[in-house]
Design a protein around this ligand. Structure first.
Ligand code: MEV
Length: 451
């Protein structure tokens, strides 16, 4: 066994697999079968996937479902969702159906500005005043713009580019710490490469220009140049509303009681971080599924959204609700930095499929669609939580997973699903009914050692 290797990335795909299964698996043949059964049967598509990242050995499937009947700004959408959790697509579809006959989702872009920084140290302060440093910085601003024109010209043609460039004094936090803070409009691309390239050029200009300045300390230490994934100025709003009377949710709860409990649930997510995290996780069930299906960076979106939820020093709900004059309103404002060009958007076959399904949206439209999906997901979750409880719908969808785990036949599945039609399944009662049906003894609970 040799679990350490040099130059792994230089090996051929076959050699990589041979080394891997030979050193990490008890049954290499079985492991190989597993890996190869997930290869795409069209070699060209597999090659595309192989080249997305380093050391690709196979593909990792996620279910790709669709949630129809989303009325967004009076257009009908069927949303693509890539997600493993059983009940998410069903919940999104349910909310879409509910709201389509009550005016649908109304969305709007609040702003689309992205931001990035050159983080640097300049120790000339306070020997030179901050004003003198600012004067120097202002004198090189034109140079910063000129020297990045080769990078910005295409984006400018598309209506984007650099929006602002500022010097920020952070010396109260850290000796000598300053930033070039730049804002960008990146049109239909998420813009990470665009922003990072410009920032690196800014750093080079700063270093070369300070040498010719009147400042006493002519040296800057550039620590790093990087966009910020925190984009509170790239913000979208989605909203639904209807009269309280229309909140007939086919449950035993009256519309008034429903509205009251719903508002309380939102309030709890606004004041109690333990609840807020779970609440927002439910919002992200909808958002992430679409972010993944459209080939966007879900890690960036996740990091940003949660920072935004805690922006006032306390982690809070992303969604809000009100009832005024018997009108129930439910809305979300969420930062979403997305792209519909660049990255893998024109390469991944299923991303291309998603974009076509959505009518080839631009980035702004995609932000609006995804915000609506997040709101819908949260509506369904809160609706279940304050009426039937979450387990009824969730376990119904999860039932098939349990039955597959038990290797139930198709016939057994049909019978057991029928049995649970008016009951809430759990893992143990599903095992019990399954064993009863097969006429076998139910497994006794595994006892912990030494207990
Ligand atoms: C489960 O994935 C998401 C929920 O827990 C969200 C919520 O509690 O609001 C149902």
């Amino acid at each position: 066994m040799n679990k350490e290797i040099k130059g792994y990335s230089k090996l051929s795909k076959q050699a990589k697999i041979e080394w891997l299964i030979g050193n990490y698996f008890e049954d290499p043949e079985k492991a190989f079968k597993q890996i190869s059964s997930y290869w795409h049967n069209e070699a060209e598509i597999q090659k595309l996937h192989d080249e997305f990242i380093e050391n690709t050995i196979t593909n990792f499937y996620l279910p790709y479902g669709v949630a129809p009947n989303f009325r967004i700004n009076n257009e009908m959408y069927c949303l693509p969702m890539a997600i493993e959790e059983s009940s998410v697509v069903a919940a999104a579809s349910k909310a879409a159906n509910f709201w389509k006959d009550r005016g649908g989702f109304k969305t709007k872009i609040i702003s689309t500005t992205k931001i990035g920084h050159v983080h640097f140290i300049w120790n000339g302060y306070p020997e030179n005043s901050y004003e003198e440093f600012t004067e120097f910085f202002d004198s090189i601003k034109q140079e910063l713009i000129l020297r990045t024109q080769h990078l910005t010209k295409n984006m400018v043609k598309r209506g984007g580019g650099i929006v602002s460039i500022d010097l920020v004094n952070k010396t109260e936090l850290e000796d000598g710490y300053f930033q070039i803070e730049a804002r960008f409009e990146t049109c239909d691309s998420m813009g990470a490469n665009f922003i990072n390239s410009i920032l690196e050029e800014f750093a080079a200009v700063l270093k070369s220009e300070i040498v010719h300045s009147d400042l006493k300390d002519k040296d800057v230490q550039v620590v790093m140049c990087i966009l910020s994934n925190y984009t509170p100025e790239c913000l979208v709003r989605a909203e639904v509303q209807c009269s309280v009377e229309e909140l007939n949710t086919d449950s035993s709860v009256s519309p008034d009681e429903f509205a009251d409990k719903f508002l309380r649930a939102i309030r709890i997510a606004e004041i109690e971080p333990y609840r807020a995290v779970t609440h927002n996780k439910g919002v992200m069930n909808g958002i992430d599924a679409l972010v993944i299906a459209t080939g966007n960076d879900f890690r960036a979106v996740e990091a940003c959204v949660h920072a935004y939820a805690g922006r006032n020093g306390k982690y809070k709900s992303l969604t809000h609700a009100s009832v005024e004059d018997q009108i129930f309103k439910f809305w979300i404002e969420v930062p979403l930095s997305l792209g519909t060009v660049g990255g893998i958007t024109s390469l991944h076959p299923m991303v291309k499929f998603s974009n076509e399904l959505l009518g080839k949206p631009n980035a702004e439209k995609l932000m609006q669609i995804i915000a609506a999906a997040g709101l819908a997901q949260n509506f369904s979750a809160i609706r279940s939580l304050v009426t039937t409880g979450i387990q009824k719908g969730h376990m119904k969808m999860h039932l098939l997973n349990i039955l597959n785990q038990l290797e139930a036949t198709e016939e057994e599945k049909v019978k057991i699903i029928e049995y649970f039609k008016d009951k809430v399944p759990s893992y143990s009662n599903t095992v019990e009914i399954f064993c009863k049906m097969r006429g076998i003894a139910a497994p006794s609970p595994v006892k912990k050692k030494n207990s």
